[in-house]
Design a protein around this ligand. Structure first.
Ligand SMILES: *[C@@H]1O[C@H](CO)[C@@H](O)[C@H](O)[C@H]1NC(C)=O
Ligand SMILES: CC(=O)N[C@H]1CO[C@H](CO)[C@@H](O)[C@@H]1O
Length: 224
């Protein structure tokens, strides 16, 4: 009996002395988040060094939980892996340059920050930076959000609504996105980001659990 108790006590000590936050961290699905360059550059927060353009480009691939507090920051865990710029193959780099530009700094700083923050502590991206970038790039190389909105009559320079943007994307892709707004420096609430959501195992699209963040209709869709 005493031996059994000792054994159980040893098991408890063993269980509680595991290192904290072992990788990979769990998550439910991932979002691929697109930003509208003008809405990144007109807030007064960022000094953009590139001209804005009429396209939605990548912000990042963000592993998510179904409940809303974001998983979101691998850098809170000291063992998260580092970004290695030199190891990106040229064809992937060329796609990153096209689809994942940093409006206000070096592209590599943006890519590296996103990988380290959102990719470096979860499967299958932990220790596999290339899979992180390639998985994210699958989306803008196959879906053109600007054209989807334009084809639905949603044109930059005109105000729109969360419902119209979501319905256009749903009609074209079969899945519901999340729409996020922010404020321009002149005080207009505007289309800022669009999240598309994916099954983390199969990479198949799915409905995003959340409708919108920070928007109140009508919203501006500012011209580049
Ligand atoms: C990243 O690597 C590429 C290819 O080796 C190189 O051309 C570029 O200058 C590097 N960027 C930085 C910021 O080190
Ligand atoms: C670039 C920028 O200004 N981004 C902000 C837009 O607004 C959201 C909240 O809706 C902020 O989280 C962003 O930082």
């Amino acid at each position: 009996m005493n031996l059994l108790l000792l054994f159980l006590a040893a098991m408890v000590v063993r269980a509680t002395s595991q290192p904290p936050n072992p990788f990979p961290l769990p998550y439910d699905y991932y979002s691929v988040v697109f930003q509208w360059a003008k809405s990144v550059c007109n807030t007064g927060r960022n000094r953009c060094i590139k001209p804005t353009f009429p396209a939605f480009t990548l912000h990042g691939l963000w592993p998510q939980w179904y409940h809303f507090p974001p998983l979101d920051d691998c850098t809170l865990y000291p063992q998260s892996t580092k970004f290695n710029n030199a190891s990106i193959p040229d064809p992937v780099r060329n796609n990153l340059i096209q689809y994942w530009p940093n409006m206000y700094g070096r592209n590599e700083d943006f890519w590296g920050r996103q990988y380290v923050k959102h990719g470096s502590c979860v499967d299958p991206f932990y220790l596999d930076q290339l899979t992180y970038f390639v998985t994210a790039l699958r989306v803008p190389t196959s879906i053109d959000l600007y054209s989807i909105l334009a084809a639905a009559g949603i044109l930059c320079g005109n105000p729109t609504t969360v419902g119209a943007v979501r319905a256009a994307i749903h009609a074209s892709t079969g899945f519901w996105p999340t729409v996020q707004c922010n404020w321009s420096i002149t005080g207009t609430l505007q289309l800022f980001q669009i999240y598309l959501c994916f099954n983390k195992i199969t990479n198949v699209p799915m409905d995003c659990p959340r409708v919108q963040k920070g928007c109140i209709d009508p919203i501006d869709y500012p011209q580049p």
